[in-house]
Design a protein around this ligand. Structure first.
Ligand code: C2E
Ligand code: MG
Ligand code: MG
Ligand code: MG
Length: 276
């Protein structure tokens, strides 16, 4: 009867929930170990302006000893919830800066910028600015080559402190980019106050820009908005020449996506630049 069926559904639901929680706990354990054992690697995806590579975005990869490749879309949110993002984020930033040091010794790479994703919890730390300045000082990189990617939701939480942190880092030369723009709570009055350098059009608007008039309208609006606020605008997830042409026609000549290159290892990226 219906009652028994309800009980069974509940039992099934509880078991599924329990399994999910166990899988999560296991993943968290693995993640903790992965940080100790440095099972991570940074991949680099080119950012292209009018056909020339002007920089890259660093994207973390986890080589799990038994599961193989685990996507950051899976483990970054978990790391974020468990505070493991703090040691992981520190490793990512240091590794990215060490990469910039290597590039600075090579004339073909010395002018490139490197974008690093910052997670909300990392940015919210009271010593976030000191941490970034510390890595810059220790590695001796040119801060102008470093770009930090933030997302909308993390900035509005405590707007005064956000502006303060960004201003301190900007005064040292660090650049800021607003990632996944258009998917968060875009408050235009806040946007105006943030010391940003660049907006990144989220790939969800780029994907169907040629077939979905709404996506096309949003992409055009972001380009117009960014441009009139004096910001650079970059499109992410560009996979085809036709998407490039659309963006270019509407005033955005900077993009990142599989059309030019997937994220690749540091060595592969350096080879790509020197043979391109
Ligand atoms: P994101 O920062 O918006 O990065 C862009 C994502 O789009 C990357 O996925 C990239 O591989 C993918 N992508 C690039 N071009 C294309 C394209 O042409 N088509 C399609 N379909 N996808 C493309 P990935 O590497 O899996 O990273 C996913 C997300 O995980 C990132 O989104 C970012 O939010 C987070 N993440 C990645 N690396 C880091 C990191 O080092 N630190 C932090 N805090 N988050 C990271
Ligand atoms: Mg990003
Ligand atoms: Mg993005
Ligand atoms: Mg994204």
């Amino acid at each position: 009867d219906a009652k028994a069926a309800g009980r069974n559904t509940l039992r099934f639901y509880n078991r599924a929930l329990q399994e999910r929680m166990q899988a999560r706990a296991a993943m968290e354990r693995d993640l903790r170990l992965a940080i100790e054992q440095e099972q991570f690697e940074l991949y680099y995806q080119a950012q292209v302006q009018s056909g020339r590579v002007i920089g890259a975005e660093a994207l973390v990869r986890w080589h799990h000893p038994s599961k193989g490749f685990v996507s950051p879309a899976q483990f970054i949110p978990l790391a974020e919830e468990s505070a493991l993002i703090l040691p992981l984020g520190a490793w990512i930033l240091r590794t990215a800066c060490e990469c910039l040091v290597r590039w600075s010794r090579n004339p073909a790479l010395a002018k490139l910028t490197l974008a690093v994703n910052i997670s909300p919890r990392q940015f919210a730390q009271a010593d976030f600015v000191d941490g970034v300045l510390g890595v810059i000082a220790q590695t001796g990189i040119n801060p102008k080559r470093l770009e930090l990617e933030l997302t909308e939701s993390m900035l509005l939480h405590d707007i005064e402190s956000t502006i303060d942190k960004m201003t301190q880092l900007k005064s040292c030369g660090v650049n800021f980019s607003l990632d996944d723009f258009g998917t968060g709570y875009s408050s235009l009055s806040y946007l105006k106050r943030l010391p940003l350098d660049q907006l990144k059009i989220d790939q969800s608007f780029v994907r169907d820009v040629l077939v979905d008039p709404n996506d096309a309208a949003i992409a055009r609006t972001i380009i117009a908005l960014g441009t009139s606020l004096g910001l650079r605008v970059i499109a992410e997830g560009v996979e085809t020449k036709a998407q490039c042409d659309f963006l270019e026609r509407h005033g955005c000549n900077t993009w990142q996506g599989y059309f030019f290159s997937r994220p690749i290892t540091a060595n592969a990226f350096e080879t790509l630049i020197q043979t391109a």
